[in-house]
Design a protein around this ligand. Structure first.
Ligand code: NAD
Length: 421
């Protein structure tokens, strides 16, 4: 175990923290306190006689038990987990959730493991970290390359060791084991609610606004479907195999695209929806071109760092909604702000997922499970509230929405620190 080393946080996050903290009296003391993680755990797991590095960074728990995903990926390291754990602390504080921030996982390519080995690795993680997990201590969830099945194995191992049921110890579980209805679509739907609220504030109707979405996975497809149902016009979509754009004024028919993607497996196969190539269904474009289209809103919903210093000046959209984590580099962020682009930041826009994870934790503790409609109504209330507060701070202080989001999160952490001292 390594303890009391200062957090090693990505320069991008550090620079946003510095900007926000200027608005808090004795804010640098707050940052210094946040710089000390509660605990960094690092262990070696042995599976089929092969060692795997496993980590859990428990950054901060002033507001509640640690909460954050587990990522299985060959390139993960302690630096990445420290940045992600810090971001979870901020995201939970921003949404007013009673959680702190954590992140962890294993340096492994799960595709190289058999299903049996993957299960063994997941169960071994729980055995090794058992003392540090718990519904009131640290609540993991799925992240990159982990899923509800892995959460089910982990919960089962945890409950066997504990000798009793404790479903609230993991979120993102299958619904049959106490997962929440609505969790699957929560991130995409949450982002759509934020966008609709923003449109209202700038006096636009959804129908007035055109959107291009990069990424059509869990987040991108539920986001596109929800904003399209709200009336926004989707002019371009992409996945890892390519992009499609339409020149029809009303935008894509998302239901048609969804059923086409299901059939063909990739979006670029859909520009000829209906069998015959028909211009109404769009044209194929390069993936990079999608970000530079003359639409009102660009939505990166796939990868990190896709908007950087080499393409930031080509972005024509006046609004960017960050559904992916960290899609804009530090340099690009500064260039876009200078150009007058509004950026709705990731810690707000994609917080619907952790919000419904919170609802899953609450339901697990109560032993009473809500219907999907109830979960989605509660999600809407939380997202609207957080957006409204960020909007007000941004206007009162004349600062970008990202700085306002960081500031609101830091103010809540500051208050907790003062009350505890
Ligand atoms: P996913 O794996 O389900 O989907 C990713 C999508 O991105 C796929 O459609 C893939 O084809 C596409 N993609 C990959 N490379 C691409 C490229 N070069 N150009 C265009 N598209 C490309 O992942 P997800 O769960 O939808 O997550 C997407 C992003 O949202 C990630 O940054 C993730 O960290 C973030 N996020 C997800 C959640 C959640 O609840 N799933 C919550 C918060 C943040």
């Amino acid at each position: 175990m390594i303890a009391f080393l200062p957090m090693n946080v990505a320069p991008l996050i550090q620079s946003h923290l510095e900007k926000a903290v200027q608005h808090i009296a004795d804010g640098h003391q707050l940052l210094a306190a946040l710089d000390i993680p509660k605990q960094i755990l690092h262990k070696k797991l042995l599976i089929s006689q092969k060692p795997y590095e496993a980590y859990r960074v428990q950054h901060n728990d002033w507001l509640g038990p640690f909460k954050g995903g587990l990522r299985f990926h060959p390139t993960v390291d302690l630096n990445e987990f420290q940045t992600l754990a810090y971001l979870m602390t901020l995201k939970c504080a921003l949404l007013g959730l009673p959680f702190g921030g954590a992140k962890g996982g294993i340096a492994v390519d799960p595709k190289e493991l058999s299903e049996k080995e993957l299960e063994e690795l997941s169960r071994t993680f729980v055995r090794e970290f058992f003392d540090n997990l718990g519904q009131d201590r640290d609540i993991p969830a799925p992240d990159v390359n982990t899923n509800p099945q892995i959460m089910a194995w982990m919960l089962d191992e945890y409950e066997k060791m504990l000798g009793s049921h404790a479903p609230a110890t993991f979120t993102g579980k299958p619904v049959a084991l106490g997962g929440s209805l609505g969790r699957e679509q929560a991130t995409g739907v949450g982002g759509a609610i934020v966008l609709r609220e923003y449109a209202g504030k700038i006096g636009k109707k959804p129908q007035d606004l055109t959107v291009a979405v990069q990424g059509f996975g869990n987040v991108g497809h539920y986001f596109a479907q929800t904003v399209s149902n709200m009336g926004f016009r989707i002019m371009a979509l992409s996945d890892s195999k390519g992009a499609i754009a339409t020149s029809q004024t009303e935008g894509f028919d998302i239901e048609q695209i969804l059923s086409c993607k299901k059939g063909k497996g990739y979006l670029a196969g859909c520009y000829c929806v209906g069998g015959v190539c028909d211009i109404r269904f769009g044209r194929k474009i390069a993936n990079e071109e999608l970000l530079e289209l003359p639409v009102d809103i660009v939505v990166p919903a796939a990868l990190e760092n896709v908007i950087h210093e080499n393409n930031a000046n080509n972005i024509k959209a006046p609004i960017i909604l960050e559904m992916a984590n960290g899609p804009i580099t530090k340099e690009a962020d500064e260039m876009l702000i200078k150009k007058g682009v509004t950026i709705i930041p990731d810690i707000l826009a994609n917080a619907g997922g952790v919000t419904v994870s919170y609802f899953e934790w609450v339901q697990g503790r109560m032993g009473y499970y809500w219907e999907e409609q109830e979960v989605l109504e509660k999600l809407e209330k939380k997202m609207k509230e957080a957006f409204g507060q960020v909007w007000n701070i941004s206007h009162e202080k004349n600062i970008p929405l990202r700085t306002a989001s960081y500031l609101l999160a830091l103010q809540r952490l500051h208050m907790a620190l003062q009350l505890k001292r």
